[in-house]
Design a protein around this ligand. Structure first.
Ligand code: G3P
Ligand code: MG
Length: 247
């Protein structure tokens, strides 16, 4: 299986130019020429996978309380910004497939829901992306979630996500049969980059919101960056680096 790896990923859908984790954001990223988007997936109170970052509704919607305790009927009536609704994962996949976007699906389980979230996202992913030209890349800070994704949807590619990359990261990548390493740009050392390069593992960094930072990371060997500043990188988005994942 091979997958072109774009250099720029629109973070949380449309970055800072649209309400985060919404279909409007994903569509905007596609229209601006982005070939890849990242979004966060969590379970609703009814166990439906939806796009949202926080465990609570307050910051990004006009709702109150925990996402994992909110039934769908209430969740999907909320305003997620500019009249946008919280999308179901299935709806986000449909938009990504329509535009041929590479989706980095970040499994973002609420605390205590790691297994359940991973099971649902893995199983839905295998079905929703069936036959897609551009396959998704599943990532998570939760290694437990990635382990479950590996077991339930082995054909769906995985990236291991760390804030700060631990010394034993490579054995984790191998164990999870992951194809990429994702991490916070500010903590990334040249030693890790050298080890990734030696093992042919692309490194993707979040969140990169200046041209200077992006240039520096690419020159150090980083393969891709997640950005909120779609406006800064739109002119460069159609340029692929020509990297392929998974051989
Ligand atoms: O997946 C990269 C990045 O999105 C991780 O951080 O908190 O924005 O989901 P966060
Ligand atoms: Mg994320």
């Amino acid at each position: 299986m091979s997958l072109p790896l774009p250099r720029w990923f629109a973070h949380r859908g449309g970055g800072a130019l649209a309400p985060e984790n919404t279909l409007a954001g994903i569509r905007l990223a596609a229209r601006m020429g982005f070939a890849a988007v990242e979004f966060d997936v969590m379970l609703s109170g009814d166990g439906t996978p939806v796009l949202i970052h926080d465990e609570t509704l307050e910051r990004t919607t006009n709702g109150l309380g925990l996402v994992c305790e909110t039934p769908d009927a209430r969740l999907f009536a909320l305003d997620a910004g500019d009249g946008e609704r919280i999308p179901r994962y299935a709806d986000a996949v449909a938009v990504c497939r329509q535009y041929g976007l590479l989706a980095n699906v970040e499994i973002k389980p609420a605390a205590g829901f790691e297994r359940q979230t991973a099971e649902v996202v893995a199983c839905q992913s295998a079905a929703l992306w069936l036959g897609a030209r551009v396959k998704p890349l599943i990532s998570s800070f939760s290694l437990e979630a990635l382990e479950i994704a590996r077991d339930l949807a082995p054909q769906t590619q995985r990236g291991v996500l760390f804030e700060q990359v631990p010394a034993d990261w490579l054995s984790t990548v191998r164990r999870l049969q992951a194809v990429t390493l994702h991490c916070a740009a500010r903590h990334l050392s040249d030693d890790i980059l050298a080890e990734a390069k030696a093992n042919d593992i692309p490194v993707l960094c979040y969140t990169v919101n200046t041209e200077k930072a992006a240039k520096s990371l690419f020159s150090r060997g980083v393969s891709g960056v997640f950005t909120d500043r779609l406006d800064l990188f739109a002119s460069e988005t159609s340029a692929y680096k020509g990297l392929h994942l998974g051989g």
